[in-house]
Design a protein around this ligand. Structure first.
Ligand code: MN
Length: 305
């Protein structure tokens, strides 16, 4: 679909949609759709990702139609649109999961969703939907945190427990984590990653062995979902997030990683953008650009086939 061109209508004008694309839920012939999930009741520290989708739209106003790195026009090639936001149920995590799964199932059966969160708890209902549409999928999980803890305060559904739930529910094939660096509750967390069949690369390894990690990720066979927590990036580059961990990847490094992905991708999400803690839209702009690069790698792959 056609973006509003900033040479015709100034980029600070008009209503915010992702990349100034049309807002529509008619997905016929649409190969990629921006999908907003404004929800943050799964957070364990700072709140704010309920404002993520609208802020990422605002941060996407600078995206132009041609991506010179990928040599594609992703919006044109994918006939991309902005689907709008899920009607979440603030304060009610399980009711919200029901709505997310229903809407995601409907969208994922027609197109490839590029989701803007929302805190990371939304990944569980998304993966439930993916599983119903596609069967088991691989997961490429970029994050500073493991996110496979068992519970917080005795509660099973939070932004730090979704991955364990997804494993328990048998939704996933292979899981690769990239960018892990946060302090943890004990050595048993590392043991748990083995028990759960999760391979992880720390931020150190991600920086020193980037090429071999890319090769590993790109060797995944079958359908794959990409989950990117913006806190994988250093808070100096992405301050607008709820559980920041210092010593992370730069914005260039995360862009470079995503550009090199070559996956049979069934969906991608960028989560944990918390606009109240952001500065000068830095985090929202990065999130918008990461979704753009994700769409570009998809467009590039489709072009080849
Ligand atoms: Mn995280």
């Amino acid at each position: 679909m056609r973006q509003i061109d900033a040479r015709e209508s100034p980029r600070f004008a008009q209503i915010s949609t992702f990349a100034r694309l049309p807002l529509t839920q008619d997905l016929s012939d649409v190969k990629a759709a921006f999908f907003g999930i404004p929800f943050d009741d799964g957070t364990t520290y700072r709140t704010g990702p309920r404002f993520g989708p609208s802020s990422i739209r605002q941060g996407s106003r600078l995206l132009r139609k041609y991506n010179p790195f990928a040599d594609v026009e992703p919006f044109e090639q994918l006939n991309a649109c902005d689907w709008g936001d899920v009607n979440t149920v603030p304060g009610y995590i399980e009711d919200t999961f029901t709505v997310i799964k229903r809407d995601m199932k409907s969208v994922a059966s027609k197109t490839i969703p590029f989701t803007a969160g929302g805190d990371h708890s939304i990944a569980l209902p998304i993966l439930r939907a993916m599983n119903e549409v596609h069967g088991k999928v691989n997961l490429v999980h970029l994050d500073s945190h493991y996110d496979f803890w068992d519970n917080y305060w005795g509660k099973k559904y939070t932004h730090g427990t979704w991955l364990r739930r997804a494993r328990e529910e048998g939704l996933l094939n292979e899981v690769i984590q990239v960018g892990i660096r946060a302090s943890i509750y004990g050595k048993e967390d590392i043991e748990d990653s083995k028990k759960l069949g999760i391979i992880y690369y720390t931020t150190n390894t991600t920086k020193s062995e980037t090429d071999s990690i890319i090769r590993h990720v790109n060797s995944l066979k079958g359908k794959t979902y990409v989950s990117l927590d913006i806190d994988v990036v250093d808070p100096a580059f992405a301050p607008g997030t709820g559980t920041p961990e210092v010593g992370g990847l730069s914005s260039f490094e995360i862009m470079d990683l995503v550009r090199k992905f070559d996956l049979n991708v069934v969906g991608m999400e960028v989560v944990e953008v918390s606009p109240p803690y952001d500065l000068s839209e830095l985090t929202s702009m990065l999130a918008a650009n990461l979704l753009y690069e994700g769409m570009s790698t998809l467009a590039k792959r489709m072009e080849r086939k």
